[in-house]
Design a protein around this ligand. Structure first.
Ligand SMILES: Nc1ncnc2c1ncn2[C@@H]1O[C@H](COP(=O)(O)OP(=O)(O)O)[C@@H](O)[C@H]1O
Ligand SMILES: [Mg+2]
Length: 369
């Protein structure tokens, strides 16, 4: 079903994106490190899961958001728990080789292997914690012995940027030495992700290594209309073309919001602005989470409120900020905060203008942040 809210996992539910699927497969075969980037709700997770599933790729899927949303926050403890779960679900899916894999993991420091349940547990306490490198080396040795390329997927990797782990170094090591592992990272906050990996930093261990990029795009107007009509068609609803056009106009090609509208409509919530409002309450939590992590929370909030009202030029936004705060703001400080909003994927630069391009986030900022 196109209007299912969960990330899609099969081609029959995935609208379009065939080229991107094929590109992912080519990269899986030829590349070492692949980045799937694009705005939130553009369909990155759906694309990756569908690719893994349709091409039957052996994979360890790591959802980095579950680390940052867990009770222990971004800590080595929650990282270890999510990593254990990721490997355990890999074991669950492959009864054929699960014992062979467990044999490879046995005897590794910080890794408990329960053969009867076919489960592993990764220890996180400082004295006897597992080593990420050693674990990946064993996974690689296992993959090599099976003659397989193992996909290691780190979905929304930038969520782990506050973890005391050098991902740039780690992924450079995998890149150079663990040839049976292909790493896929995804990120809604592309700037943060690439900063974390040190893509443009000559001092970074990953610098100079080729990262194959798959960009998940927004849908064009005609595609958006087609998507909604097909989705309604699947459930036998005929919806007025004018409403569909209005929805497409409002939601700006983000497939996640189109899906959310379709799902809401099918479930009886039919007023577009009410749907936008419901979605924006959710998004407000994310924006607040982002702001609360910054030392300049108040100023960033003001900037977001201003720029969410209308596209503004650099100088215009700065003046509006100064007017609102009643003080002069230093160019450098202003610029670095603006870059921060861009890297977080909240603000976009288009031509000379800065704007909040996700209409739902714009409402969230205006009403609930
Ligand atoms: N190609 C697609 N076809 C149909 N629905 C999609 C597609 N891509 C995403 N969706 C839907 O949009 C929403 C967001 O998708 P998701 O893959 O989680 O996006 P992202 O990972 O980029 O934030 C989900 O409800 C998902 O079911
Ligand atoms: Mg996702």
């Amino acid at each position: 079903m196109l209007f299912d809210l969960a990330p899609k996992t099969s081609r029959k539910d995935l609208y379009d994106f065939n080229e991107e699927l094929e590109k992912l497969y080519k990269d899986y075969v030829n590349a070492r490190l692949v980045a799937v980037v694009g705005p939130r709700r553009a369909g990155k997770t759906s694309l990756i899961l569908t690719f893994l599933n349709e091409y039957r790729i052996p994979h360890v899927f790591f959802d980095c958001r579950t680390v940052s949303l867990s009770d222990y926050g971004v800590t080595f403890r929650s990282f270890a728990e999510v990593f254990s779960n990721a490997i355990n679900s890999f074991l669950d899916k492959h009864t054929v080789f699960k014992n062979r894999l467990l044999n490879f993991l046995r005897g590794l420091k910080g890794v408990e292997v329960d053969a009867s349940l076919a489960r592993i547990y990764l220890r996180w306490k400082r004295e006897d914690r597992f080593s990420v490198v050693a674990l990946l080396e064993r996974l690689n040795a296992f993959a090599e012995s099976e003659g397989m390329r193992l996909a290691l997927v780190l979905d929304e990797l930038q969520e782990l940027s506050r973890l005391n782990l050098n991902f740039s170094k780690l992924l450079a090591y995998v890149y150079d030495h663990l040839k049976n592992i292909v790493v896929f990272v995804s990120g809604s906050q592309v700037g943060l992700l690439y900063d974390m990996l040190g893509v443009d930093d000559p001092e970074s261990p990953l610098y100079g290594r080729l990262i194959s990029e798959v960009r998940v795009r927004k849908l064009a107007r005609e595609e958006s209309i087609d998507f909604l009509e097909r989705g309604f068609g699947e459930v036998g609803l005929v919806v007025d073309r004018r409403l569909i056009e209005e929805v497409v106009e409002r939601l700006n090609g983000l497939i996640g919001w189109l899906t959310f509208f379709g799902w809401s409509y099918v479930n009886g919530l039919r007023d577009l602005e009410s749907v936008v409002d419901a979605a924006s309450r959710q998004e407000a939590l994310e924006v607040r989470r982002f702001l609360s992590r910054s030392r300049s929370e108040k100023r960033l909030r003001t900037m977001l409120k201003l720029v969410s009202q209308k596209p503004m030029r650099w100088g215009e936004l700065k003046k509006a900020l100064e007017f609102s705060e009643g003080v002069e703001v230093d160019d450098h400080n202003f610029n670095s905060l603006l870059q921060k909003l861009i890297k977080a994927g909240l603000v976009e630069k288009r031509g000379e203008n800065y704007l909040v391009s996700d209409p739902v986030i714009a409402v969230a900022i205006q009403k609930y942040v």
